[in-house]
Design a protein around this ligand. Structure first.
Ligand code: PHE
Length: 375
C-alpha cells in the first residue's frame, strides 16, 4: 500500500486530469486546446506541481506515483486528441452541409473587342488587297526630305503651313501625313507600285474635329499609262465596297504640291443618300430639349437637314491626284514613262461616317462603354 503522501499525490494527479477534461469541453479552437494542453503538460505545467514532492517519498512509493503520473498524462493526451478530432469532424460536416447550386450559370469572362479604328483599317486593307495592292508601313519619325522635299514641298513652300508639325532632335519630324511612304516605297524598287499605307500622322491641331495624332491611309498606284479615270474608278469601287453599292462620288478640284491635277474626294452622304435632307426614315432628328428650341430649329430648317453632312449631301473623305512629275524625279522614276495616282484619307473620319459617330475624340478616350459597341 502506498503511503498517505503518495496516495495524496496520486489523487491530485487524477483530479488534475479530470479538471482538464471538463475545461476542454468548453473550447472550440485548436489554438485554445493546445494552450490548455501546455498549461497542464508543459515544462512548468500543472501536472509538475504534485510531482515536486516525489523526492520526499519513500523509494518504495515512487513507482506507483510515476505510474499515476503517466496515466494522467496519457488521459490528458487522449482527451485532447479526441477533442481535436471532434472539432475537425464538425468542420468537415459543416463544409459538406453547404448547398452549392452547380446549375447556376457561370459568370462569363469579359471578351475584348477590336478598336473601331482597327476594324476600319482592316476592312479598307481587305478591299485594296482584293484589288492587288500591298500593305506597306513607314516610321512615325521621318526625315524632312521624305515628308516634304521629295513630295515637291521645299522648305519655303507655303503648303508646309497646312501641315505644321513637330520637330524632334536630329532634324527629324513627326510625319504630318502617310505620303512619305510613297517615297520610301518608290525608292525601294522600280515600278509598277501598288500599295496602301496605313498609320498614324501628327499635326499641330487640337479641337473637336482635329486631334494632334490621327490615323491615315495612303494609296499609291504607279505604272505605265495610269490615268485619272483609274483614280476615279478605284476610289469609286473602294467607297462603294466600304459604304454601300449605290454611293455617289465627287472629285472637287484642289491643290497638293505632290499631285497634279489634284482633287478633294467627297462621297455622297450615305445617311441622306446625297439629298442633304433627313427624311423620317433617315435616322433620328437632331435632339432639341425644349419646344421653343424645336420650333426655332424648325424655322431655321424647314426641311430637316442631314446631321451627318450638315445638309450639303457630300462628305469629304480625303485628298487625291495624279503623282506630280517632280515626285517621280525625286525617287528616280521617269515621268515620261510612268504615271500614277495617289489618294490619302483620314481613317478616323471614315470610322465616324461608317458608324455615325459625331465626336472624333470618342475614338481616343478609351471609354469601354463606347468601344465595346464595335464588334
Ligand atoms: N497627304 C495629303 C494630306 O494628308 C493627302 C493626299 C494624299 C493628297 C495623296 C493627295 C494624294 O492631306
Amino acid at each position: 500500500m502506498p503511503s498517505a503522501d503518495a496516495s495524496a499525490i496520486i489523487a491530485e494527479l487524477e483530479r488534475l486530469a479530470g479538471e482538464l477534461a471538463s475545461e476542454l469541453a468548453g473550447l472550440a479552437t485548436e489554438q485554445e486546446i493546445r494552450a490548455l494542453q501546455a498549461k497542464y503538460l508543459g515544462k512548468k505545467g500543472r501536472l509538475g506541481e504534485p510531482m515536486k514532492a516525489l523526492g520526499r517519498l519513500p523509494p518504495g512509493d515512487r513507482p506507483a506515483v510515476g505510474e499515476a503520473a503517466n496515466r494522467a498524462k496519457g488521459a490528458i493526451e487522449t482527451a485532447v486528441g479526441a477533442r481535436l478530432a471532434a472539432l475537425e469532424e464538425a468542420a468537415l460536416g459543416a463544409d459538406l452541409a453547404r448547398v452549392l447550386d452547380v446549375t447556376l450559370p457561370a459568370r462569363g469572362a469579359p471578351l475584348g473587342t477590336l478598336h473601331p479604328l482597327t476594324l476600319v483599317r482592316r476592312e479598307i486593307e481587305e478591299i485594296f488587297l482584293g484589288l492587288g495592292f500591298e500593305v506597306r508601313t513607314g516610321p512615325w519619325i521621318e526625315t524632312e526630305w521624305n515628308n516634304f522635299d521629295a513630295l515637291n514641298t521645299p522648305a519655303d513652300h507655303p503648303a508646309r503651313d497646312m501641315q505644321d508639325t513637330f520637330f524632334v532632335e536630329g532634324g527629324r519630324i513627326l510625319r504630318s501625313h502617310t505620303s512619305p511612304v510613297q517615297i520610301r516605297t518608290m525608292l525601294a524598287g522600280p515600278p509598277p507600285v501598288r500599295i496602301v499605307a496605313p498609320g498614324n500622322v501628327f499635326r499641330r491641331d487640337d479641337d473637336a474635329t482635329h486631334t494632334p495624332m490621327f490615323p491615315q491611309m495612303e494609296c499609291l498606284l504607279v505604272d505605265e499609262g495610269v490615268s485619272f479615270a483609274d483614280l476615279k474608278g478605284t476610289i469609286l469601287h473602294f467607297i462603294q465596297r466600304f459604304f454601300g453599292p449605290k454611293l455617289g462620288l465627287r472629285l472637287r478640284p484642289s491643290y497638293f504640291p505632290f499631285t497634279e491635277p489634284s482633287a478633294e474626294v467627297d462621297a455622297a452622304c450615305y445617311l441622306c443618300e446625297g439629298t442633304g435632307i433627313s427624311g423620317p426614315s433617315k435616322g433620328p432628328e437632331p435632339p432639341a430639349t425644349s419646344s421653343a428650341e424645336r420650333s426655332s430649329a424648325a424655322l431655321a430648317r424647314p426641311a430637316r437637314s442631314c446631321k451627318l453632312c450638315k445638309g450639303s449631301g457630300w462628305i469629304e473623305i480625303g485628298g487625291s491626284g495624279m503623282v506630280h512629275p517632280n515626285v517621280f524625279k525625286a525617287v528616280g522614276y521617269d515621268p515620261k514613262v510612268v504615271s500614277g495616282f495617289a489618294f490619302g484619307m483620314g481613317l478616323s473620319r471614315m470610322a465616324m461616317l461608317k458608324y455615325g459617330v459625331d465626336d472624333l475624340r470618342a475614338f481616343y478616350e478609351n471609354d469601354q462603354r463606347f468601344l465595346g459597341q464595335f464588334r
